[in-house]
Each structure stands twice: as C-alpha cells, then as structure tokens.
Design a protein around this ligand. Structure first.
Ligand code: ADP
Ligand code: MG
Length: 392
C-alpha cells in the first residue's frame, strides 16, 4: 500500500473529523474486464481482474445514526441519516453511499453511524468502475465495523442493488463481484447466470495488463446500451421460434446452433446475436488459454473481441478503434480491445514487459497526434478484492 496516499487520507480524516476516534482503513479495487464485452446482461461469461487502482476509506463509528462522508477527490462533505435515506438529486456521489446503507438495512442488518473520509484512485468514468469500488468499499466498511454476518457474494449483490435500484444505473453483477472476490494475480471467470466463478491463475510473469484511457465519452453510450439490450431480446424471441428448445437468453445458444439458423435472422439483430454468442465462446477459450499459459492465444482472442464489438455489436468509436490499432502495431502487444460499455472509455491490452515503455510513448504520441487528446496509460497489477488495510 502506498504510504503517502494513506497519510493523505489520514490527514483529511483528522481535519474533517477532529472529534472522531482513530480510523480503520478499507479498500476496494477498480477492475478491467479482459474479455467478455456485453455478455454480462445476456447471462453469459466474463473474465475481469481487480486492479491496483482503488477506493480507500478511513472510517470511524459515530454514536448517532448519521453517516458523514468527505470525498478528498471532490473536497466535499455530505451527510445523511440512516433512518431517512432519500435520493439526493443535486449531489450524485453521496447516493452511492446511501444506496449501500439502504439495502444493507433492508436486508436486515443493523447499522450505526460512520465518519468516512474517502480517497478514490480509480479514475472516474474511465470504464474501470470507480462506482463499484466506492459501493464495495463502503459495504465492506459497514460489514467490518458493525460485524455483519454478510458473505462476500451477498455483499456484492447489495452493492449492485445500490447501483441498480438507488443510483439507477442498470449494470450487471460483474463490477461489484470482482471488486469483492478478485484475487492477486488471478482473473475471475464468472458465469453471470449462476454466479458460479473460478479464479484463474495468471501464470506468466513476462507481460502486464495495460489500460489505455481514450479520455473521450460520447453521449451515445446510454441510449445505445438500452438499444443493444432490446436488440438482444429481439434476438432471443426470433431464436426461440427457430429452435425446439426454450431459449431465455443468448447464453442458451452455442456457435454451431447459431451458425445453422443465422441466415434466417434480420441483419442487425443477427449481428448483435453473433457477437454475444461468439464472445461467450471466446471468454471460455481465453480462460483455457490463461490456464495453458498461452498468452499469444489469449491476446488473439482479446483482439478478435474488439473486432466483433466494433463491427458486429457496433459499440466502439473512432478513438477506441484508433488506440487499439496503434497498440496492435507495436511489437510485443499480444492483444488489445475496448473494455466497458463503449463509445469511449478505455482499452485493455496485454503487453510484454519489454514493450511497456514503447507502448507508453507510441500510444500517447500517435493518439495525441491524431486526436489532439492526451490518453492516460495505466500499467496494472492484479490485486485482491476488498478488505481492511492493516497498518502493521
Ligand atoms: P465508472 O464506474 O465507470 O468509473 P460511473 O459513472 O459509474 O463511472 O461512476 C462514477 C461516479 O462514482 C462519480 O461520478 C461519483 O458519483 C462516484 N465516485 C467515484 N469515485 C468517487 C470519489 N472518489 N469520490 C466521490 N464519488 C466518487
Ligand atoms: Mg460505474
């Protein structure tokens, strides 16, 4: 843990909560999904890792039922009562904390008040899920401080519920799940239908997971997301008529079954389904490639995923395609793809250690030349899911 960051957080906590006791510290990581784009809400498979860009909290209990929180990033203090949780129309960020407190209480847990200083090191809105890191860190602090009998899986589910039903963002379970259950140097192969998961060792130490943030966010994202969900649903209805068996989501169709009927589908819906169905297979293949320590193969699958997201699912954009293409021209880049919802945000890249320096300069220079925008490059370590930070 970076000492200077913790000192900064401690200083902020002491300044804002001078009457409070000595704080305990909690952390929850952001994440990047190696492969499995737009498969989550189709009940499919994903393969995320938790990364060393984290949400950090300093927390101390209060003797009333208030939660008072200070965000170092926003230099803003907000509070709410656990007995009266109402959506805050003006200040979005406090709703993530309110949502977590609301659904913990709804699940029957008895909470007390908290003073919280938070320092986020997950870039906001970059597709690395700062929102899940915030929810999970807060839920984990409540769990430890008030000794709640709450399993990791349930904690993730409550954090997701906060985002879905309180904040109003219709995300799948992946982000919260990996922020809780991720493990150091492991990728998490998650079945979004059953929530069964498997931790896959990342054996090869000769490469790194590198994130490139385009630093653009196109406004299309929300409407396109809803549209894609509808198109997948239409696909399910059509496929249901084409098959004997019952299909409740695209997860229920494999590549061979799809290939046999795809020509009977309308063009746009066919493309959307084709992406999701083949992407599910690619996630399974990538799991196997990691188990075999075959990074070349994992990289190929990741790059194929991008092509499919761009051409068939059509959720990429000029800047994402550009930054992927620049990366793939570099010797030592094994694979590159957009990650997250699309229309901006970040790409994930598998880069050999010896190519990292070149990746940084070439991607930064070429992308900036072509777009006038400076990208951010994050070289990631794969870390454990949420927990308390012990200071000894
Ligand atoms: P992403 O999860 O991709 O980073 P979101 O829009 O889902 O983007 O979540 C970002 C929101 O999460 C921010 O606008 C803010 O409300 C909240 N958030 C994230 N980090 C912090 C932080 N350090 N302090 C306060 N709020 C934060
Ligand atoms: Mg988010």
């Amino acid at each position: 843990m970076n000492e200077s960051v913790l000192s900064q957080l401690t200083a902020a906590f002491q300044k804002k909560f001078s009457d409070s006791g000595k704080p305990r510290y909690f952390r929850a990581p952001g994440r990047v999904n190696l492969i499995g784009g737009h498969t989550d809400y189709n009940d499919g498979f994903v393969l995320p890792v938790a990364i060393d860009r984290e949400m950090l909290l300093a927390v101390s209990p209060r003797d009333d039922k208030k939660v008072k929180a200070y965000s170092c990033n926003f230099t803003d203090t907000r509070s709410f009562s656990l007995d009266k949780i109402e959506f805050n129309e003006e200040v979005m960020w406090i709703n993530y904390l309110q949502g977590v407190a609301k659904y913990l209480q709804k699940a029957g847990f008895l909470l007390g008040g908290l003073d919280i200083a938070l320092l986020g090191r997950v870039p906001l809105g970059a597709g690395l899920s700062s929102s899940a890191a915030l929810e999970v860190a807060v839920a984990s602090a409540f769990r430890e401080v008030f000794q709640l009998e709450l399993s990791d899986e349930k904690l993730a589910a409550i954090a997701r519920q906060a985002e879905n039903d309180f904040v109003g963002v219709n995300c799948g379970i992946m982000d919260q799940f990996i922020s809780v259950l991720g493990r150091k140097n492991r990728a998490l192969f998650l079945d979004c239908r059953t929530q069964e998961y498997e931790l896959i060792p990342i054996k090869n130490s000769g490469y790194k997971i590198v994130v490139a943030n385009t630093n653009v966010e196109h406004h299309l994202a929300d409407s396109a997301y809803n549209k894609r969900q509808q198109e997948c649903q239409q696909g399910v209805e059509i496929l249901n008529n084409l098959f004997e068996k019952q299909i409740s989501t695209l997860r229920d169709v494999n590549c061979d079954e799809f290939a046999a009927v795809k020509d009977k589908m309308p063009e746009v819906v066919r493309r959307r389904c084709q992406h999701v169905i083949y992407e599910n297979q690619r996630v399974k293949d990538c799991r196997q490639a990691l188990l075999d320590d075959d990074l070349e193969q994992a990289g190929k699958l990741i790059s194929l995923s991008h092509k499919s997201l761009s051409n068939l699912y059509q959720v990429s954009c000029h800047e994402l395609d550009l930054i992927v293409n620049i990366a793939l021209e570099i010797d030592g880049v094994l694979g590159a793809r957009m990650t997250g919802a699309g229309f901006g945000g970040s790409t994930v890249n598998l880069v050999k250690d010896q190519a990292i320096a070149e990746f940084k300069t070439i991607v930064t220079n070429k992308y900036q030349d072509k777009t006038g925008i400076e990208p951010d490059i994050y070289i990631c370590e794969v870390v454990d899911g949420c927990g308390e930070i012990s200071l000894n």
